[in-house]
Write a protein that binds this ligand. Structure first.
Ligand SMILES: [Ca+2]
Length: 575
């Protein structure tokens, strides 16, 4: 839509101008929600026609109201001309003060600015004896080859042969970089380039890295003793080209003067044999092309559950040029639905196989969703624990399934028969509960399906306290742990975790007890019950907040609905 290039970068100018310009109107109240003003005023919209600035609208009285001439807006690389009723300037040019007779949009018109590009002959001269040539060029344009000046010359001569020692090499910018005039465009400022020369005795060695980015590294060896070491050769990203991984997916096999050379071809020189490149061995300028071989990788797909710690499928010989695709047939697991291929055995993220290319071996893990279990007891150790990262305990932190604690000394954590563990049995008498929720925001989230909406269900939780006795936790206050059912807070009675902690395997835990938290309403379909720590009251050690520990929650619908959920058994079986 724009006929100008390079406008997107100059928003700051145009916006700044627009604000200044706003002050020069007779009325100036940009109206939220668009140019719909009062019925007795005309809306006059100024479109800066620069693809970046937001148009400004002002309102003038329909009874002869007028707009004063705005200050000229500015845009880098362009000169403001005037305002026109058409974006392309084909409409009416506006004179000020301007009296509208309808709502109208006025478009800024711009002329492209010319800048001076100077070519400095440096240590040489142009044939007319001059040292500089300047041309005028339009902003954002390129300079055609026939508008570049002739190459300047240096008159230094070899005293023995009378031959000119230097020849023109290239034009360089102020940073000393060679300029490619096929791609360089005129910036919004004057520019100077300086001639660089080379000695007829020097040797220019070009190392074309052939990494697909067109990048070459160019060296000039001027005299005996100069050399190029392999460590000097770097990629466009500044990494040593001989370093493993410099070109992900490829291995450097050597160098050749033939750009089409393949690994093993005659004439391919190993990196060790080529470097150092000494001035003395060069008879003239030379270009060496890197010769690469694509590495081969293996993509492995794992069943990823306790009873099948094995490979489901694997594909070898994959290069960076091959797209990785998952097996055509999804793996199967009794009692589970396949949930996709993930980057990690536990947690991680779903792999996007769109245009996926390997630069290392790839391993992908099946994740599984258990078929729903009908139950009214929802064990905390079977919720999704993938968000449990660096959860603090008394000394040190744990993540993921490691927030589950196994009680082997009868604290009262419950084992129940609603759950079956595929291929793995839990020892009788061992209960599990979730600890490590000792920081603000720590959350256990239960996703529970109800077959119908029900009101007045009763929510219970089997809870205990570890290490510390005599602490009260409630829905408010310094020891707040909130319980939400579908984002509605449950106003439960504060619980005093008194009594004497009893010993379990890893912790001191008071006996678990089932507490009634309150009456809740459930919707048909998915219901979210969250237990969220919302306090910063340290409990001792590295525990940054106060919390209970959770064995399970229970919901009694009093016969009003049947509940189910998909337990994440793999929390236990993959640990
Ligand atoms: Ca439990």
């Amino acid at each position: 839509m724009s006929k100008f290039k390079g406008r997107a970068r100059i928003m700051a100018f145009a916006v700044g101008t627009a604000m200044l310009l706003c002050g020069s109107f007779t009325a100036c109240t940009p109206t939220p929600g668009g140019p719909t003003g009062p019925v007795d005023e005309w809306a006059v919209t100024l479109d800066f026609n620069d693809d970046t600035s937001t148009p400004r609208t002002v309102y003038v009285d329909k009874e002869g109201g007028s707009v004063e001439e705005p200050a000229d807006p500015a845009m880098s690389g362009y000169t403001f001309k005037d305002w026109n009723t058409q974006a392309d300037g084909s409409g009416e040019t506006i004179a000020f003060p301007y009296t509208p007779s309808a709502d109208i949009t006025l478009y800024a018109q711009w002329d492209t600015r010319q800048y001076t590009v100077t070519f400095d002959a440096g240590e040489g001269k142009f044939t007319d004896g001059g040292t500089t040539v300047s041309i005028q060029a339009a902003y954002a344009s390129t300079i055609p080859a026939d508008q570049l000046p002739e190459n300047p010359v240096r008159d230094d001569v070899d005293p023995d042969t009378g031959e000119a020692i230097y020849t023109f090499r290239e034009w360089r910018d102020v940073a000393g970089n060679a300029v490619d005039f096929t791609t360089w465009t005129v910036p919004a400022e004057d520019t100077t380039f300086t001639a660089a020369y080379r000695s007829i005795y020097s040797r220019i060695v070009t190392l074309d890295l052939q990494m697909g980015d067109g990048y070459t590294q160019v060296f000039e060896l001027e005299q005996a003793g100069d050399d190029i070491r392999d460590r000097d050769v770097v990629t466009a990203a500044g990494e040593r080209v001989t370093e493993t991984g410099a070109y992900p997916g490829y291995r450097l096999m050597g160098w050749s003067t033939d750009p089409a050379a393949q690994p093993g071809d005659e004439g391919v020189i190993s990196t060790n044999d080529l470097f150092p490149i000494d001035y003395e061995v060069l008879t003239g300028d030379v270009t060496y092309y890197a010769v690469w071989q694509m590495e081969e990788y293996v993509a492995t797909f794992q069943y990823n559950y306790a009873a099948r710690q094995e490979v489901y499928a694997s594909y070898s010989g994959l290069t960076v040029a091959d797209a990785v695709t998952p097996p055509e047939t999804d793996p199967e697991r009794p009692g589970y639905l396949f949930a996709g291929w993930y980057t990690q055995s536990y947690g991680g993220s779903l792999v996007d196989f769109t245009d996926l290319h390997l630069t290392a071996h790839g391993t992908y893990y099946a994740h599984w969703t258990a078929e729903p279990v009908e139950t009214d007891i929802f064990q905390a150790e079977y919720v999704d624990l993938t968000q449990q990262v660096n959860m603090p305990g008394y000394s040190g932190a744990n993540s993921y399934q490691a927030v589950i604690v196994t009680d082997s000394k009868d604290s009262g954590a419950m084992v129940d028969d609603d759950y079956r563990l595929d291929g793995v049995s839990m020892s009788a008498g061992i209960g599990r509960f979730v600890s490590y929720q000792y920081r603000y925001g720590a959350t256990l989230e239960f996703k529970i399906n109800s077959d119908k909406a029900v009101s007045g269900a009763t929510l219970y939780a089997n809870l205990a306290m570890e290490i510390f006795g005599g602490i009260t936790i409630g829905p408010d206050g310094d020891n707040k742990v909130a319980v939400y059912v579908n984002d509605t807070a449950v106003n439960y009675s504060p619980i005093n975790f008194g009594g004497t902690p009893g010993s379990v395997e890893q912790n001191w835990v008071s006996p678990f007890q089932e507490y009634q938290l309150g009456n809740v309403d459930l919707v048909e379909g998915e219901n979210i019950v969250r237990i969220v720590v919302e306090n910063n009251t340290p409990l001792g050690g590295t525990m940054a907040a106060t919390s209970f520990i959770t064995d399970y929650i229970r919901i009694d619908t009093h016969g009003g609905a049947t509940l189910s959920w998909s337990p994440v058994y793999d929390n236990v079986t993959l640990s």
